[in-house]
Design a protein around this ligand. Structure first.
Ligand SMILES: [Zn+2]
Length: 233
């Protein structure tokens, strides 16, 4: 059987959504997990030329998107970055974390390779939301690390879940990935939801004065595979 192209999937999904009894009220959908492609558009950026794809789903009703480069073809060994949204890092140039450079570096790498996906996961603050992340920042200013700050606010240290990202990947025919990450937990979670990780591709940027402590916490308390010895000050 031919693997449908992303364009075909989108055409079918948009048609399906037009006739879906729930329309855009995905929360009312009785399917256990329902993920649909709702839009696709050309996406030229400073980092390369991509296609941007918008999804809807019935689980969290968040606007997760994919930025796709090239033909994902048979869906095997696709270079993938699952990037958790970080308004402060991605858009405002925050030096409290390494999110902005990680996102932009992933887009550059995928552009260079000519084939791959950035899945922009609306999981701000490891899933606790933007304002709660700012509350955690205030606790960090008082001397707690990001792990303890999340726990003090009543959240798990990492509240992210990868069921929807995995369903989005399956939707466009991705079966196995080369995952750009330093986080072994992300590899395990994705495999738990049925996406094979054929390779973990390290995605480390040199620390600087402002994010060194944050990266140290990632390494020591979240088990990220980081080598913090090469500085860039
Ligand atoms: Zn960040």
């Amino acid at each position: 059987m031919d693997i449908p192209s992303v364009e075909q999937i989108i055409k079918e999904d948009v048609e399906f959504l037009r006739h879906c009894p729930n329309k855009d009220h995905c929360a009312a959908c009785e399917e256990s997990v329902c993920v649909m492609v709702a839009s696709v558009a050309d996406f030229p950026t400073a980092y390369g030329h991509f296609t941007i794809v918008g999804f809807v789903n019935n689980k969290d009703n968040k606007d997760h998107i994919m930025i796709i480069k090239g033909d994902t073809g048979d869906g095997e060994n696709v270079l993938l970055r699952i990037h958790s949204a970080c308004l402060t890092g991605d858009a405002l140039g925050s030096l409290r974390c390494d999110c902005g450079p990680q996102l932009h570096h992933a887009l550059e790498r995928i552009e260079k390779e000519g084939r791959g996906v950035v899945l922009y996961h609306q999981a701000e603050g490891r899933g606790i939301g933007l304002v709660n992340k700012l509350r955690a920042y205030a606790l960090q200013d008082a001397g707690y690390d990001t792990y303890d700050a999340n726990v003090m606010l009543g959240f798990p240290p990492d509240a992210r879940d990868y069921e929807i990202p995995a369903a989005m990947l399956r939707k466009i025919g991705v079966k196995s990935v080369r995952l750009l990450t330093n986080n072994p937990e992300k590899v395990a979670e994705l495999e738990l939801y049925g996406i094979q990780v054929s390779e973990r591709v390290p995605h480390e940027l040199p620390p600087h004065a402002h994010d060194r402590e944050y990266l140290k916490t990632k390494k020591e308390r979240f088990g990220h595979l980081l080598d913090l010895d090469h500085g860039r000050e």
